[in-house]
Design a protein around this ligand. Structure first.
Ligand code: ARG
Length: 588
């Protein structure tokens, strides 16, 4: 469906032409002065220069030609030359009725779907998820859903950190604790046990212990580094242990991501890229893209236009070990081979920006991706505590994601129980749903690149620009619809009539902006644009709700129109929050 603003622009273009001016000046934009009008056209100001005429004269001419328009109810020319526009109420109603009958609520999907890989999550195996991993999961999931809604083929890849030094550390610590295990017996010939020699709780305890110990003990650290080397070179026992670590840890990660409503299509990791490295290194050397510098193999990536120093991308250290960038380049080779993506989007902490500049430039220079493949880095800012410093536990330690989520749930549970008497089970369940909305909306309503303050009190409040406020609004609509249904049967879609009050009209126009809001969010890959839209919509609905007796309306036809509009409002809300990655409960 055409966007409402575009339909208005078409009317304006016709009017400019009919008045003897070029059509291109007829462009409708949202009003700067919502108290005066709904949309406005500033084209007469630009036309004034071309036609050497006072802008208000042009605006007058055009407004005259708009008389009788089916779409524009009122076009008023105001000095110095604006055209203030009010949409025809019957037309707006018709627009909404059409929306509710269309697939995707009238949003036009992209005509040529692209294949887009979204690299997000990036959890490190065997290390507990901490709040640093929260933002990539929340933002990446939302971007994925937006892009998918818009019609592209999306592949979400968790890209686990499963190949680094932490693996060597864990294996070293295991050997210290259980030297009798067959994995450490070089002479062992039999089948290794199927049961992992640890639980997830042990695994999570092992990593921090080992990591701290290695910092104090050089020989232990050497051993861990060597073990990492052994693993990366196919050592049998290490590989078998690595498989155990992966299975136990990934099962736990899946559970954690699931509770965040985050779903990946691919569970690949850094280890998957390793087989591509030797051949890639040869290629980079042979084609002259990489060269040795002080024993290390590097790709120069600086460009003349750089305003700051961009160091070369390191491919191999002087001891022959590969690095983070090597893995990312090799992953690009794999992705190109398996999926031929048109675009890859990385949702990663913005402090890794330089790394991605190096990787992207190297990939282009060495033709590891096709020239037309788009590589995009969405760098997000830090989640801070109220003190403005990176979010920590009360004791000052690294906050685990699970604790953060359960804290919020507890808070929501308290609020829900305070308000009404419902069963404990329902309250727990609702607290989960609403708590997730609080966390996700609190994050997504900020532009991703900005740091933000994780403010539990504000995020869980039912007032203001918060997840719970949006959910309360949706639940309110659901409750009205249910009551209507009990009294009068199934509500009907698509029978909205022209608005009779200002708040009703405002809600209608807000609903009509749906496709425009989604398009902006899609083009900019910006979930915060959906939050902003949803918030405006909630405000418009609540204004209408407070000023209107919906269930007590005596005129049946008018009531049915209200209800029909509520059905659409609910659908728009639910579609939007689904793109944000959360849902609404039945009651709150
Ligand atoms: N595992 C990394 C970390 O925790 C994030 C991975 C981001 N993705 C990538 N392709 N490098 O910092």
């Amino acid at each position: 469906m055409k966007k409402l603003a575009d339909i208005l622009s078409l009317e304006l273009e016709t009017a400019f032409k009919a008045a003897g001016y070029e059509a291109k000046y007829g462009k409708a934009v949202l009003s700067n002065r919502p108290d005066l009008c709904e949309y406005q056209c500033n084209g007469a100001m630009a036309a004034a220069k071309a036609y050497k005429k006072a802008p208000f004269m042009i605006a007058d001419d055009v407004a005259e030609k708009l008389k009788g328009s089916r779409v524009i109810r009122e076009a008023e020319s105001v000095k110095p030359g604006f055209i203030n526009i009010k949409v025809d109420a019957a037309f707006a109603a018709e627009y909404l009725n059409k929306m509710s009958g269309e697939e995707c609520l009238g949003y036009e999907k992209t005509e040529q779907p692209k294949t887009i890989i979204i690299d997000y999550g990036g959890a490190n195996v065997a290390k507990p998820l901490h709040v640093g991993h929260l933002r990539t999961a929340i933002i990446g999931e939302s971007v994925k859903r937006i892009v998918r809604f818009a019609g592209d083929k999306v592949i979400g890849d968790v890209h686990l950190g499963d190949w680094g030094y932490q693996m060597g550390l864990i294996i070293t610590e295991l050997q210290k604790r259980k030297p009798e295990l067959p994995y450490f017996d070089e002479a062992f010939e039999g089948e290794y046990p199927e049961e992992p020699p640890f639980t997830i709780d042990e695994l999570e305890e092992i990593y921090p212990t080992a990591s701290a110990y290695a910092k104090e003990h050089e020989d232990y650290k050497e051993k861990a580094l060597h073990t990492t080397y052994l693993l990366q070179n196919g050592h049998k026992g290490c590989t078998a242990l690595w498989n155990h670590i992966m299975r136990v840890s990934v099962a736990d990660l899946r559970k954690n991501y699931k509770s965040l409503n985050v779903e990946f299509d691919l569970w690949k990791g850094e280890s998957d890229a390793q087989p591509y490295i030797p051949e890639m290194v040869e290629y980079l050397k042979n084609e002259g893209y990489a060269h040795y510098d002080d024993g290390a193999l590097v790709i120069d990536v600086k460009e003349e236009t750089d305003t700051k120093e961009i160091p070369p991308c390191m491919i191999l250290k002087s001891d022959g070990a590969s690095l983070y960038g090597t893995t990312d380049l090799a992953t690009l080779i794999e992705r190109e081979k398996l999926y031929r993506p048109d675009e890859i989007i990385y949702v990663v902490d913005k402090r890794q920006e330089l790394h991605f500049v190096q990787v992207f430039r190297s990939a282009r220079k060495a033709h590891i991706v096709r020239d037309e493949t788009k590589l995009q880095f969405i760098g997000f800012g830090t989640m801070n505590g109220k003190d403005g410093k990176p979010f920590k536990t009360r004791e000052g330690g690294v906050m685990r994601l699970e604790s953060l989520i359960s804290d919020i749930e507890e808070r929501m549970y308290g609020k829900i129980m305070e308000n009404r008497a419902i069963s404990e089970e329902e309250a727990r369940n609702t607290a989960k749903i609403v708590g997730l909305s609080a966390i996700k909306y609190g994050d997504l309503s900020n532009q991703a690149s900005k740091d933000y303050v994780f403010d539990v009190d504000r995020f869980t409040s039912a007032e203001g620009n918060t997840g719970p406020y949006i959910l309360y609004t949706i639940v309110r609509i659901k409750s009205i619809l249910n009551k209507y249904k009990e009294a009068k049967g199934e509500p009907a879609k698509g029978i909205v009539k022209a608005a009779q009050s200002a708040s009703e009209k405002a809600l209608m126009l807000e609903l009509a902006k749906f496709n425009e809001a989604i398009e902006i969010a899609y083009v900019e890959k910006a979930p915060h644009k959906i939050c902003a839209y949803v918030y405006e919509l909630a405000n418009a609905f609540n204004r209408f709700y407070h000023e209107t007796k919906i269930l007590a309306e005596e005129n049946e036809e008018r009531q049915a129109s209200f209800i029909s509009m509520l059905l659409l409002t609910k659908e728009v809300f639910e579609t939007c929050i689904d793109m944000l990655g959360f849902e609404a409960p039945e009651r709150m």
